[in-house]
Write a protein that binds this ligand. Structure first.
Ligand code: NDP
Length: 423
């Protein structure tokens, strides 16, 4: 029997012990988890201005997710009930089907220098391209350490858009997300570009539209694995494929479809200390790349399988920003087996597709509310003031009530307490 069976029923300490044994966590990770250690005052105070304290969210664990033939456990930081349970459920089904496959063809970040008042944009464009080698050299001189690490500025491209002549710098940032690296390089070539084009430089900044850091995750689930009865399994697969089609044609659905993907992606991005605003901004821009906002993932039926695919820009880092400062982020990397940036990006895309599968499967079968309400009822019971054993009792009664809201939760709690007081 797997060490993970009945994982969700264990105590927090038991879960930590199992996670530590299975993923060979370091003693320091164990200590951080057991003490639930977060940012120290001195670190938090340096991370952001006007700091008053820290703000906690649950740090959770998806036991088994197979990506490219390797089994991982996934740390997740999320406040939303049912995200971790849904991901674990989806991961179980997809792992049985062989797990996820990932593909990354390149990993470059793009930054831009926007020029305006350029007297002849076409001539200026040609002049920039003629000076490309020198400009790349100037960019690399602004951040020589990334060149020593095997990265650096690789290419310049130029486009005319409206009043602007825009120069794009394409940089290999190795294990970093690259905002500071690119901004340094772009600042260094800003004035030379203005001089070369006889124009004015408006700004020099990284772009979060990371179209050269695309990651694809896919999975192939035998339809018969979707339900014990073959006709229900086929109907479930067909309805998931229909839901995917709906997210391609209706932006109202596409937005929610993608939000479901981000339930998983954000949770892992946050746990690994990455910049989730950057990931969100880039992915939503990618979702509307053809002029209409669409679902980022697709599901289709071929022969006997349901095939899911998700392609998304993921400029993910394993160094830089706050990654080295947050003790829980170090634990997250330990749980993941210290992946490099490419591996981490593959895991994040897989988690997004996994979360999407779990949500669609629930939506087109029992409906999302069934699973959601179970956990939502617990949250409402706690909000109403339920303590310890009262929480499960109140949640259970609340799920049977006609209106699952705070008012009902308060009334139920009152009844429970009155009954408990009676001799
Ligand atoms: P940092 O500048 O924090 O860290 C990157 C540095 O890490 C590198 O310059 C390098 O410095 C060092 N490093 C150590 N090992 C490696 C390695 N193997 N590969 C690459 N670098 C390595 O981070 P980024 O430049 O990545 O910027 C990310 C931060 O910028 C995030 O916090 C983000 O929120 C923020 N930011 C984001 C913006 C945006 O998204 N638009 C805008 C501005 C900031 P060295 O070689 O000198 O040791």
């Amino acid at each position: 029997m797997s060490l993970f069976s009945g994982f969700y029923k264990k105590t927090r300490e038991e879960r930590i012990t199992i996670a530590a044994e299975t993923r060979q966590l370091s003693q320091s990770s164990m200590d951080i988890l057991l003490a639930d250690q977060n940012l120290s005052e001195s670190v938090a105070g340096k991370m952001a201005e006007n700091h008053l304290g820290t703000f906690a969210l649950p740090f959770s664990f998806v036991p088994q997710l197979v990506v490219d033939g390797i089994e991982y456990s996934i740390p997740m930081v999320t406040e939303e009930p049912s995200v971790v349970a849904a991901c674990s459920f989806g991961a179980k089904i997809i792992s049985k089907a062989g797990g996820f496959s990932s593909h990354i063809s390149e990993r470059l970040m793009i930054g831009q220098v926007a020029l305006y008042d350029v007297p002849n944009k076409t001539e200026a464009q040609a002049a920039i391209l003629a000076q490309q080698d020198l400009l790349l050299q100037q960019a690399n001189q602004a951040h020589p350490s990334i060149v020593k690490r095997g990265g650096g500025a690789r290419q310049l491209t130029v486009e005319q858009k409206d009043d602007f002549l825009i120069v794009y710098l394409h940089v290999d940032v190795q294990e970093a997300m690259g905002a500071n690296i690119l901004n340094n390089m772009l600042e260094a070539i800003k004035e030379p570009l203005a001089a070369l084009t006889q124009g004015k430089a408006l700004m020099a900044i990284l772009s979060n539209y990371a179209t050269e850091s695309l990651v694809t995750a896919s999975c192939r689930i035998p339809i018969k694995q979707l339900h014990i009865e073959s006709h229900t399994a086929l109907e479930t697969a067909q309805r998931i494929a229909k839901a995917s089609q709906l997210a391609q044609v209706d932006p109202y659905r596409a937005t929610t479809h993608n939000k479901g993907i981000f339930n998983g992606i954000d949770a892992l991005v946050l746990a690994t200390g990455n910049d989730w605003r950057a990931i969100e901004a880039g992915a939503h821009a990618y979702a509307i790349r053809n002029g209409q906002y669409r679902g980022l993932s697709t599901w289709e039926i071929t022969d006997e399988d349901l095939i899911g695919t998700l392609t998304i820009p993921l400029p993910i880092a394993t160094v830089g920003g706050s990654i080295g400062l947050n003790p829980k982020v170090q634990v997250a990397f330990d749980i993941l087996g210290q992946p490099n940036a490419r591996r981490l990006a593959s895991l994040i895309a897989s988690v997004g597709l996994c979360q999407n599968f779990a949500a669609l499967r629930a939506l087109v079968t029992s409906g999302i509310q069934q699973g959601h309400m179970k956990l939502h009822a617990k949250s409402l019971a706690m909000l109403a003031g339920a303590q310890d054993h009262e929480i499960d009792q109140a949640a259970q009664l609340l799920r049977q009530a006609p209106h699952t809201n705070l008012e009902t939760a308060q009334a139920i709690l009152e009844t429970i307490r009155i009954k408990a007081e009676k001799p």
